[in-house]
Design a protein around this ligand. Structure first.
Ligand code: PLP
Length: 374
């Protein structure tokens, strides 16, 4: 017999989460998560599924019928989008300007795609002319880009110019909106994005576990017309249609508590109003930006493509980023994060997301950083 381990009752520290995600969860979402379960095929849950889909269409600003929460984290929604849209032998055009563009490329390769790249340095957005040139050269079947690069704090401006360049060359467009949804202007239909995936744990302030995904008819036609099934059974959208479509038949047991949470988080967005929420993120992040700039610290991206939900603050010369991150965690129970990849050691990543985008949190970040540099 193996002895039962003596593990104490759960008692995590109370952190203020101002890193790249997860963000602080709204109390109403936590309350929704402690609501008793119903079955995943219960008529009441089916109604909640419909409501969640309707709310998701609102935050994505889309009429796409095919709008669902994928069971799993943002990477599951990402792999559902890429793994279904990319068929073996397809050419996938992926960006080089951040960590998550690389992940898109890796997933497309696993789906059997040939990956080609369109370049921009880490910390800069893609240039639509470069996308047009790459489409001319490579004739991709699918083009992916990251709307809000969490690794660099860059917001891709002028998305319609990117989608137009890709569509002119017959490519479908898939957008990573993990760090923009619910916090930064995002208009899936108006911008002509064919598929977008997101995560709930950033500007929606919901725990990870059920991740938004939307596809338009053009994208779904490709998915449903595939010659061979998607490589992942779990994420095969043609099978998931049975559960999230009209039939509502068993495919897998939905993470009921996560759907409750997402529904409540989305209700909060609807109550606030999507445009008001984008404005709040901009205002709070502007205050944060002003505060760190007043300390003599700069932000890495230029103002034209600054991403309010993720602020890449430059680490001053001679400062060890890890020491500062440890100091604010120990002294202030405040979580901020280090840079990734090409920006590792060069920036702090300070989130301003969802329920975290409030004056008291901004004040805490500025005060804690000022103290750490003192
Ligand atoms: N894409 C972006 C831009 C992200 O920031 C993240 C996570 O931080 C992901 C994809 C992957 O999401 P997850 O970590 O929830 O799987």
């Amino acid at each position: 017999m193996i002895d039962a381990p003596d593990v104490e009752e759960l008692n995590p520290p109370q952190r203020t989460l101002m890193g790249p995600g997860p963000s602080p969860v709204h109390p109403r979402v936590l309350k929704a998560m402690s609501t008793p379960l119903v079955g995943h095929l219960d008529p009441s849950f089916v109604e909640m599924m419909d409501e969640t889909q309707e709310l998701l269409r609102y935050v994505f600003q889309t009429d796409n019928e095919w709008t669902i929460p994928v069971s799993g984290t943002g990477s599951a929604a990402m792999e559902a989008a890429i793994g279904n849209l990319v068929e073996p032998g397809d050419t996938f055009l992926a960006p080089t300007n951040g960590y998550f563009g690389d992940r898109m490329a890796a997933m497309a390769r696993r789906a059997g795609g040939d990956v080609v790249r369109v370049g921009a340095p880490w910390g800069e957005p893609l240039d639509p002319d470069d996308v047009a040139d790459a489409c001319e050269e490579f004739h991709p079947d699918v083009f992916g880009f990251v709307h809000a690069e969490t690794s660099t704090g860059v917001k891709q401006p002028d998305v319609p110019a990117l989608t137009e360049a890709a569509h002119d060359h017959g490519a479908l467009v898939v957008a990573d909106t993990v760090t923009s949804i619910g916090g930064v202007e995002l208009k899936v239909d108006e911008w002509d994005i064919d598929a977008a995936y997101a995560g709930p744990q950033k500007c929606l302030s919901c725990p990870p576990g059920a991740s938004p995904l939307t596809l338009n008819d053009r994208a779904m036609d490709k998915v449903l017309g595939r010659e061979e099934p998607a490589r992942s059974w779990y994420l095969d959208l043609s099978l998931l249609e049975g559960y999230w479509g009209d039939e509502r038949a068993y495919h897998h047991t939905a993470p009921i508590t996560n759907v409750y949470a997402l529904r409540e988080a989305l209700r909060l967005v609807a109550e606030e109003g999507i445009e008001e929420r984008w404005a709040r993120h901009r205002e709070m992040a502007s205050a944060l930006k002003a505060g760190v700039e007043a300390m003599g610290l700069g932000l890495n991206p230029e103002d034209d493509y600054w991403l309010p939900s993720l602020n890449a603050v430059l680490v001053p010369d001679g400062v060890d980023d890890g020491d500062v991150i440890d100091y604010v965690l120990e002294q202030y129970d405040l979580e901020i994060a280090a840079g990734l990849g090409d920006l590792s050691g060069d920036v702090f990543r300070v989130g301003c997301m969802g329920h975290g985008a409030r004056p008291e949190n901004v004040t805490l970040v500025v005060a804690a950083l000022a103290d750490a540099f003192d």
